[in-house]
Design a protein around this ligand. Structure first.
Ligand code: SF4
Length: 455
């Protein structure tokens, strides 16, 4: 079967598997604060885990990018900064009251929204409040933030660097002016080059550029130029995401262009394959599903050593089983359970100001789901899962084997009595391999319509 036929066969709606079960299949909806605290308690008793990752959602953006799938609030009013930071600090105190220990923060990430919407002094106030009672070991704690090239100042870069940040992720998407107009995010290469070089001069050691393929008006020639310009700056990491077209979920923000403006199936895949070839030719290593890193970057070393981890922040080198998400819409994950915060700024602030951890939905995993979760995580991080690593699930279940049969016949996966491995030809279809393990999709076909396509 050639690539075009494979694409037609496997390019179906499917999850990105930043969690299992995936959010649409969470059962505790609504989830009360009491239920969430009890899940945390069970986790602490079972795992005695003191290391945490912190994700902090900073939702404000000055302008709406029409392709955006994030939880954000568009405003030019910077008066919102102070009360939002106050609320984050209160929420952190609510979590601290549930701990039976002083946590060690292994990784902290500012995501958004636009974290660089906030003035440096507000971000530093937040960090000081969070770390004042935590056991921070700067040499072991990875601090990172997402930045909008157009709103990142010298002051922000310097102050965050002095606090210990060494990693930044810049949202680039595409340098082509037609694409940028279509997605309402016009930023020149010179602007990105200046801020990238400034970060390097200050001392940041790991810079990521987010690119997106499959955007409206994107052409092969223009995207080749974007990849060439990216390689010119040589960021340590590149995330090359497939544009997730889900206007039925994300509403009007994604309806600023027509379906006809989007590169489809084989054309879209060709954009990825061109980028893949060029990045590998220029010293990058393909990591996990849609990430690339230079050979000496920590992400590559973790991938090679089979130590890569994946959570709601994406791929990471820190493998903590507990990620606390602070801020509106953030998701927390304590391995045996998930919880998501309220999705509007107002409801989030109201709950926290009433002294309540502001969760509204979640999921507590069954023992069987925990086993499936491990297999899906291994496939997403290592392209292989082994059964004898897991005493609860010693050999492949017949139903899963049956669902993998088409991929086996198309030579995309290899199945042995002890493992399922995604073969090089099957790497674009790793999400499809995970879907074979997904009990929720197997029992609920309608569920698939909730997701964007796998390619
Ligand atoms: S892409 Fe980033 S900057 Fe643009 S609206 Fe979304 S969160 Fe805000």
């Amino acid at each position: 079967m050639n690539n075009v036929h494979l694409l037609k066969k496997y390019n179906i709606p499917g999850p990105r598997y930043t969690s299992y079960p995936t959010v649409p299949f969470w059962k505790n909806n609504p989830l009360s604060e009491t239920e969430w605290k009890s899940t945390i308690q069970t986790f602490m008793e079972r795992f005695q885990h003191q290391e945490i990752s912190l994700y902090i959602h900073l939702p404000f953006c000055e302008n709406l990018c029409t392709f955006c799938g994030c939880h954000k609030r568009i405003t030019k009013n910077h008066q919102v900064e102070e009360p939002y930071i106050d609320t984050l600090l209160k929420e952190w105190e609510l979590y601290r009251a549930t701990f039976e220990f002083e946590p060690t923060i292994k990784e902290l990430h500012f995501g958004g929204g636009t974290p660089t919407f906030f003035q440096a002094k507000e971000l530093i106030r937040l960090l000081r409040g969070i770390f004042k009672a935590s056991s921070i070991q700067p040499e072991n704690c990875e601090l990172s933030f997402e930045a909008h090239p157009g709103s990142t100042s010298h002051e922000q870069l310097t102050e965050l660097y002095q606090f210990g940040f060494r990693r930044i992720s810049f949202g680039i998407q595409d340098y082509d002016f037609e694409v940028q107009k279509a997605i309402n995010r016009v930023q020149s290469f010179e602007l990105v080059q200046n801020v990238h070089q400034l970060a390097k001069e200050i001392g940041y050691t790991s810079i990521n550029h987010d690119l997106v393929y499959g955007l409206p008006k994107q052409s092969m020639t223009a995207f080749q130029n974007t990849i060439n310009l990216t390689i010119e700056l040589l960021p340590e990491r590149i995330a090359l995401y497939s544009y997730a077209h889900v206007p039925w979920i994300k509403g009007t923000g994604q309806r600023g262009y027509n379906e006809a403006d989007l590169p489809q199936d084989a054309d879209k895949r060709a954009l990825y394959e061109m980028a893949y070839e060029k990045l590998l030719e220029n010293g990058y290593v393909a990591i996990g599903m849609d990430h690339f890193a230079l050979a000496n970057d920590a992400l590559t070393l973790a991938f090679n050593a089979r130590k890569l981890h994946r959570n709601f922040m994406g791929y990471t080198t820190k493998s903590t089983n507990w990620m606390i998400g602070l801020g509106m819409s953030s998701i927390s994950d304590c391995w045996i359970g998930f919880a998501q915060n309220n999705k509007t700024v107002e409801s989030y602030q109201e709950q926290v100001n009433n002294g309540i951890i502001p969760v509204f939905r979640g999921h507590v995993l069954t023992e069987n789901e925990l086993v499936i979760r491990r297999h899906i995580l291994d496939l997403m991080c290592h392209f292989e899962t082994r059964f004898n690593d897991n005493p609860a699930f010693k050999s492949i279940n017949l139903e899963i084997e049956k669902r993998l049969q088409p991929m086996l016949e198309d030579e995309l996966v290899e199945i042995s009595c002890n493992s399922v491995k995604v073969l090089p030809k099957g790497l674009p279809y790793v999400r499809n391999a995970c879907m074979a393990f997904d009990q929720d999709l197997a029992t609920n076909v309608i569920g698939q319509q909730l997701f964007s396509k796998t390619i």
